[in-house]
Design a protein around this ligand. Structure first.
Ligand SMILES: [Zn+2]
Length: 408
């Protein structure tokens, strides 16, 4: 089995963190000057590893193996959240690079072919996972025409031009080229740390349903309007949210989560009874049946509260992304490699966060592996993972990849 070089892996991770370094983390949104620079650096490292790199028309960096025979595709993303962490995404890309090098160095595995990818804009500055969607053929030219930066509203076409990528073709998945897609990522949560495990084998990437609930009442004076005749939209919103919190637990799966991360009342002044209130509720689970149960419960609550009054409720579905199950035989390859290098210290778990693997899974058998996040922190510049866990994860990943490629 291939032996990865832990020092080389960590050095590459530290080097790419220089592009957009922010305190102990990184600020490298897709197509920012630092992002474009990091893509060129990555392409250079791929070339040194014997791959043939291309940066395509959406910003994907794909290092293709010149070797023939069955191939694996591995990757993740190198763009980051604003002032994000140094490992989110990029760790999986550098794992791919290190695995390509380790396979090539071992006479036993040097004939095996892996392609390595850094998918563009996973963090959604321009759209939703535009790079991997482009690769699987689910992104139209008009989607790119329309794409605007979520912060400053600038056009993605202009940013691609500034990066010198506007004339580059977009690379699409070649039918039959790959056996499967593998992605490694930091967990971005605290489950591995809390259970004392070092490797997580992902069973499925959760689906996410989102609803916007708008409550309409009557705006009035907070001092002169008696309680019995008020139509307080804020109260209506909180009562409904309370009932969601009371009823969801009985219907939820063991790993279901639900969140109101956005809530507002209008006009939002201490002496005014809110005439309008709005919240966005999202819920996530790896099982679509659970999502459907939670959804019908929500709709029931909305109907009952709407009938009872005194406020009216408008309920709009914003999105439904389906759970993406990971391929069982690939999970077994990860289990086995993990058992070899970290006996008893691995577990199966769903991914509560979205990842490029859910897009790739639309066209290829896909699997994911996690390493622990210290304190469960991510999307923050303090995000970190112990060096020993980063190195262990890569060795497990390399073993699993070799086993899958050898097909036994
Ligand atoms: Zn990520």
């Amino acid at each position: 089995m291939p032996r990865i070089n832990g020092e080389r892996l960590l050095e590459d991770l530290r080097r790419i963190a220089d592009f957009g370094r922010y305190q102990t983390g990184v600020h490298r949104p897709h197509l920012s000057p630092q992002d474009v620079e990091s893509r060129r650096w990555l392409a250079g490292r791929m070339k040194e590893a014997g791959l043939e790199p291309v940066i395509d028309g959406i910003g994907n960096v794909i290092g293709r193996s010149p070797k023939s025979g069955p191939r694996l595709l591995m990757g993740s993303h190198t763009d980051t959240q604003p002032r994000g962490g140094w490992l989110d995404g990029v760790m999986g890309v550098i794992y791919g690079l290190e695995v390509a090098r380790a396979l090539a160095e071992d006479p036993d595995t040097s004939h095996l072919a892996v392609d390595v990818a850094s998918w563009a804009d996973e963090e959604g500055h321009w759209g939703q996972m535009m790079g991997s969607r482009s690769f699987v053929g689910r992104l139209a030219e008009t989607d790119i025409d329309k794409a605007r930066h979520r912060d400053d509203g600038s056009a993605m076409r202009d940013a691609l031009k500034a990066a010198g990528l506007d004339k580059m073709p977009r690379i699409e998945l070649e039918e039959g080229r790959y056996r499967c897609y593998l992605e490694a990522h930091i967990e971005q949560g605290g489950v591995l740390e809390h259970t004392g495990k070092r490797i997580g084998v992902v069973t499925a990437i959760v689906g996410i349903y989102q609803y916007r609930l708008t409550f309409s009442g009557i705006q009035n004076h907070a001092g002169t309007t008696p309680m019995p005749i008020r139509k307080d939209a804020g109260v209506a919103m909180m009562r409904l949210y309370n009932e969601v919190m009371d009823r969801f637990p009985a219907l939820a799966g063991p790993r279901s989560v639900w969140t109101v991360g956005k809530m507002s009342v209008e006009p939002g002044a201490p002496a005014i009874i809110p005439g309008k209130a709005e919240m966005v509720l999202q819920f996530r689970d790896a099982d679509v049946e659970v999502l459907k149960r939670l959804e019908s419960c929500l709709l029931e609550i909305v109907e009952a509260h709407g009938k009872r009054g005194p406020c009216t409720i408008d309920c709009v579905n914003l999105s439904r992304t389906m759970p993406a199950p990971m391929e069982e035989r690939l999970q077994e390859a990860f289990d086995e490699a993990a058992e070899k290098h970290a006996a008893g210290d691995h577990m199966r778990m769903p991914s509560g966060a979205g990842h490029d693997a859910q897009i790739l899974a639309q066209r290829l058998p896909a699997a994911m592996m996690f390493v622990p996040s210290i304190g469960g922190i991510s999307h923050h510049f303090t995000e970190n993972t112990a060096d020993a866990d980063i190195v262990l994860g890569c060795q497990v990943f390399a073993d699993a990849a070799a086993k899958i490629l050898k097909g036994n």
